[in-house]
Design a protein. Structure first.
Lengths: 478, 340
């Protein structure tokens, strides 16, 4: 059930109706849990057992950790949880990837083994709920939060339908306290929620779904197109994935808000970033913060005695980003994407420390010139990474890049007006709008006229330019 | 004013403005909102009329005036953009006096992956549900069919809803006209317009040859078509069932001619695999089996007719193709007339 489908509108309407009728908060939570399970069932029936198993197991392990004072047993309980969570993730998501690579390595040493392939289905949202559960276990272990006392609340936290399939990756310490007391839903909350939802729908249906057919075509057979078309395809994909994913999370935040629950923002106009570090503070924020808090910082602590801080940070960043790439999917193209970002982050870190142009910083002309250059460079690195992220294989990505950088003239010249319009529109939005503003929060606080104009514009965009045959959100595959 | 009342007023005002805007855009871009437009082809001769069920593929492929002249009768039909037997079935019963019925199909028309945009406006909801039950349709297909109904209702308020691709194409043409490019060039981009009974179509669009298109234009059109497809290609669904019912009705009241039109080789190469061709043939055999009296006219098997030089786009014939196809149909009609 997609957020942009008729079924979801009916489903969500029913959820709100029943929630409104139920006066008891405990009953509301039971109902939300049932609704979340029903929502998950529409994606996959057998995998519901897996998500419930993860939730219930982690709930009891965390309770046990919180009541165990001795460090040894506490550590063993944590390790049990980590092995269980990561083991399930590894099995369901990476088993075939691992087997393929073992077979390839054995082939290199002359030991040819037949292709191994396990017929495994990828449980929807496994990457997202595993990370949510892991953060809870680690927070309880490090006593950053108390263990949840209700198995229903914890299972609801894991399965809560608005954020279940593609995040935002809400931490337990952000959402569980909201399940303690009945949320007060004000009219402003409803309006903010609706605004988030409409903005997300515009991003998804008006932009992402309209450029998707051309982008998909170009990436399916990059050797067939000329350099210009491929460059346009890469830019188109940058727009598609941003509008698709941020559109989803906007709708998730909107749904939660209408019910009185608040989720953290996941995107803040990332393509307006002046450097790659800033990009990661604006792109998939909840994931980058997760990797920072639960992987990068612990790595920094473990390697704090390394004599070269710059080398230490660079290596830790690279490890973090490589694993971040692998989190997205079991393919070397994702690992390369992570590697490109890891390298870019490390280079930026070194640059900020040993900036050879620091003496020019006070000059206005330099600030303008450098600002423009760093924006273009950041965008260039992001788009370069996305070519690997989207390509079906490393070979395809290399063909894509070779033909783009050599500005190949042979091949089909496809000028997609949809991609051109989307690039122009998004560029204009990023230039005109102040990048730290949040219009979904601001619009409902404005006076009547700007609100009417704002909502009418969003609605008009949807009914004139919105795609009706909405495709599945890109991040559902992760 | 109470905040909740304020919100309701804001939403009502925003909806009203968006609805006005949607009507404005539909009017500017001349969006077709009428589901079916009646046409009468040929002069009244006093003979019982013939009924024609054909989408733009059949409309562009044959000069129906000539057919009406040959049969010495009027032909009554309805222009339905993207129409298929499901929609035409609703109109067939309106002229029970018809003694000859032409039903024109192709691998494009009979494909279940390409639902008519006006189906919900023509076929009553109850009948659509019955039809889905009869063919044991899966949830995905049922959802695709049934979701057209709320959209049709919403289109009263927002006529542009669900028509974004066509609107963007039309807007592009209007903008090009505004910046004073040759009207002929934009007319050739505009796409087919159903106009039965006006003689051979001689607009800029039908003078084109698909074989002259640059590869990028072909690719662009194929992408647009791919987007319009919903679900897998299939010829064994509601359209086929409706076709069988139409043929049975026609044969009970007179004679039925099932005309199978060719589709361009570019389209066939991209979308209709050899396996799908087999499925199409199997569907035709079943249709023939259910109505053995039907006269089958296979224009798709006329040598060379499916060549890209006979098409003005991926599915519609140009003037050359139209002439060839009309001649072939007339020859077949003569043969049929001589049969006992």
């Amino acid at each position: 059930m997609n957020f942009t489908s008729y079924e979801f509108i009916v489903f969500f309407g029913l959820v709100l109706l029943v929630m409104g009728c139920l006066r008891n908060f405990s009953l509301q939570k039971w109902f939300l849990l049932a609704a979340s399970c029903a929502f998950y069932l529409t994606w996959n029936v057998p995998c519901l057992a897996l998500i419930l198993f993860t939730a219930v197991t982690d709930f009891f392990l965390a309770r046990k950790i919180s009541t165990t004072p001795e460090p040894g047993p506490r550590q063993r309980l944590l390790v049990t949880s980590l092995v269980l969570n990561l083991g399930l993730l590894a099995f369901f998501k990476y088993a075939n990837f691992i087997l393929d690579n073992i077979a390839a390595v054995l082939g290199l040493v002359g030991c040819h083994v037949g292709p191994w392939h396990l017929n495994i289905i990828l449980p929807p949202a496994i990457s997202f709920y595993t990370f949510a559960s892991l953060s809870y276990m680690l927070d309880v272990y490090y006593e950053r939060m108390p263990a949840c006392e209700s198995v229903r609340d914890y299972t609801l936290f894991i399965t809560f339908f608005p954020k279940l399939l593609s995040g935002p990756i809400v931490r337990a310490r952000e959402l569980l306290p909201q399940f303690q007391t009945r949320p007060t839903v004000t009219t402003e909350d409803v309006e903010v929620g609706l605004t988030y939802f409409m903005m997300g729908a515009v991003k998804k249906l008006v932009i992402a779904d309209q450029v998707a057919p051309h982008v998909n075509l170009i990436f399916t057979n990059p050797g067939q197109y000329d350099g210009f078309t491929l460059a346009l395809g890469a830019l188109g994909y940058a727009i598609q994935i941003y509008c698709d994913f941020s559109g989803y999370t906007d709708m998730a935040i909107g749904c939660g808000r209408v019910m009185g629950f608040r989720f953290p923002d996941n995107f803040k106009m990332p393509y307006s970033s002046g450097n790659i570090t800033e990009f990661w503070r604006r792109w998939h924020i909840t994931l980058s913060q997760w990797f920072r808090d639960y992987l990068f910082l612990p790595l920094e602590i473990i390697t704090r005695n390394n004599p070269s801080p710059m080398l230490r940070v660079s290596i830790n960043m690279m490890i973090t980003m490589l694993l971040c790439g692998l989190w997205h999917g079991a393919s070397w193209t994702f690992v390369i994407w992570g590697g490109i970002h890891g390298a870019a982050l490390s280079i930026h870190k070194i640059w900020t420390v040993k900036n050879p142009l620091a003496a020019l910083q006070p000059y206005r002309w330099f600030q303008l010139l450098w600002g423009g250059f760093s924006h273009v460079l950041t965008l260039g690195v992001v788009v370069l990474g996305l070519v690997f992220f989207r390509a079906q294989s490393i070979t395809d990505a290399m063909v894509f890049l070779k033909r783009t950088f050599t500005w190949a003239h042979g091949g089909t010249h496809l000028v997609s007006p949809y991609i051109l319009a989307a690039v122009a529109g998004l560029f204009l939005v990023h230039v005109v709008l102040q990048k730290d503003r949040n219009f979904a929060e601001e619009l409902p606080k404005m006076s009547l006229l700007p609100r009417i104009i704002g909502y009418a514009s969003l609605l008009l965009l949807l009914v004139v330019l919105g795609a009706t045959d909405s495709s599945t959100f890109i991040y559902f595959q992760f | 004013m109470k905040r909740s009342i304020q919100l309701v007023l804001v939403l009502i005002a925003a909806t009203a403005i968006a609805a006005a805007g949607s009507h404005g855009v539909a009017s500017w871009l001349k969006v077709k909102t009428q589901a079916a437009e009646p046409f009468t082809i040929g002069k009244s001769t006093g003979n019982p009329p013939a009924f024609l069920a054909a989408s733009s593929v059949g409309g562009y492929g044959i000069v129906w005036d000539q057919i009406a002249g040959q049969l010495d009768t009027q032909i009554k039909t309805w222009g339905i953009a993207g129409g298929s037997p499901i929609e035409f079935e609703q109109f067939q019963k309106q002229i029970p006096e018809a003694r000859t019925t032409f039903i024109v199909i192709s691998t494009y028309d009979l494909d279940e992956a390409r639902p008519c945009d006006f189906r919900a406006a023509i076929v009553p909801l109850g009948q659509a549900v019955e039809s889905l039950q009869a063919e044991h349709a899966d949830w995905s297909y049922s959802k695709q069919v049934l979701s057209q109904y709320p959209m049709t209702w919403l289109r009263t308020l927002f006529p542009t809803l669900g028509r974004s691709r066509g609107l963007m194409g039309a807007a592009l043409i209007n903008i090009k006209d505004m910046v004073k490019r040759s009207p002929a060039s934009s007319q050739s981009m505009a796409g087919p317009v159903i106009k039965f009974g006006k003689g051979p179509s001689e607009d800029e669009y039908t003078k084109q040859k698909l074989s002259d298109w640059p590869s990028s234009q072909v690719v662009g059109k194929l992408v647009a078509m791919r987007v319009d497809f919903q679900g897998a290609h299939n010829f064994d669904g509601a359209k086929k069932l409706a076709l069988e019912r139409m043929l049975q009705f026609a044969n009970q009241h007179g004679r039925a001619l099932l005309v199978v039109m060719p589709i361009s080789s570019a389209y066939t190469k991209e979308f209709i695999s050899p396996e799908l061709v087999k499925k199409f043939e199997a569907a035709l055999q079943e249709v023939e089996h259910s109505s053995p009296q039907t006269d089958l006219v296979r224009l798709d098997q006329v040598p060379g007719l499916g060549d890209d030089q006979n098409f003005c786009d991926l599915v519609h014939m140009n003037l050359t193709g139209q002439k060839l196809a009309t001649d072939a149909l007339q020859a077949q009609l003569k043969q049929v007339a001589h049969q006992p």
